[in-house]
Design a protein around this ligand. Sequence first.
Ligand code: PPS
Ligand code: MG
Ligand code: MG
Ligand code: MG
Length: 380
Amino acid sequence: MGENNYAKELDVAVRVVHMACSLCQRVQEGLVSSTSNDHVMSKDDDSLVTVADWSVQAIVSWMLSESLSNQKVSIVAEEDVQTLSKSDSVGLLTAVVNTVNECLAEAPKYGLQSPKKALGTSQILEAISQCNSTGGRKGRHWVLDPVDGTLGFVRGDQYAVALALIEEGKIVIGVLGCPNYPRKKEWLSHHHSSQTMPKMSDTSETWEKGCVMYAQRGSGEAWMQPLIHGNKKHTWSNSAQRVQVSSIDDPALATFCEPVERANTNHSFSAGVAHSMGFKKQPLRVHSMVKYAAIARGDAEIFMKFAQSGYKEKIWDHAAGVIIVEEAGGVVTDAGGHPLDFSRGLYLEGLDRGIVACSGTILHEKLIGAVYASWDSSNL
Ligand SMILES: Nc1ncnc2c1ncn2[C@@H]1O[C@H](COP(=O)(O)OS(=O)(=O)O)[C@@H](OP(=O)(O)O)[C@H]1O
Ligand SMILES: [Mg+2]
Ligand SMILES: [Mg+2]
Ligand SMILES: [Mg+2]
């Protein structure tokens, strides 16, 4: 990964995200094939959380502390142990403990060290709850969304594992695991229930899906690795392929993506923007930061998200995706054209209306203009 200030951090982060992807695949297969949903819970805000969300947070927290123990590890992450510690969550907690230990036992496959003995419940709860940093403009903070797009995850569809490092308020590393990223970009637009694509739960080697992408600030390069698949006795090999944004700058040929759920973005506003831009294609609605991955890989040109006013975007929903798109040659700003500010704590404070990511400056300038023009005439 070249000589740089963050070589060790990036190396550990990429390996641990590979481990997390494997964990998620196993849990997702179980969820999709099971008739009960006792490994999925609702949080106080009615959003979903699963065994995978807590388990990934635990393994990332544990691995970062163990592997980078010469530094104090500050982690800002989505999950806490509130729901998991409730008296009626014993079954869930047992599932998390088993999932975490099963995953950590495989660490040597990824060139990392397993714990000497299986972690106990309290160690795992501690690893999860230690990710309670609030970030900010001083020092180093890891930013983790253990499962982004939990709804997609539960549906057997797209989701991502997102890990970034922020130093003095700036993102310096981003790693994005996309376990269901399809081999053919056309399959991104198919829901998992579609008859025309291989089933998401098909882990055979004939359909190699999934990747881990990563980038480091200022390198001008973004990279992608295939997931380590199946039961093959792989030893870690760091084969990576460079990714770059699309060169399409004609809106008529461009693909734009947006969140699936109406609750998370204003579909009719983005449809108006798309119309005035002259986009011809239907929007690509995909769960999670896989949308950023699609821009970085050149499979789509635009990502727009306009959350309801009053909703504050969280840094873990964007950090890894933003740096990967930028280093792959793209542009990410708020709807006013200003860079996103990751230095103000848990939220993207001061965000102007929404988030736009584009494959290049030509589309970006047009898009910002189209958002301004559409804003006044909309009743957002
Ligand atoms: N009301 C509202 N508005 C906007 N955004 C919200 C809202 N509520 C939640 N979230 C965050 O959206 C994250 C999921 O984004 P997606 O792009 O995957 O959404 S969608 O499922 O495709 O609709 C999701 O991330 P995860 O919780 O990690 O799945 C949330 O952080
Ligand atoms: Mg969530
Ligand atoms: Mg998220
Ligand atoms: Mg999440």
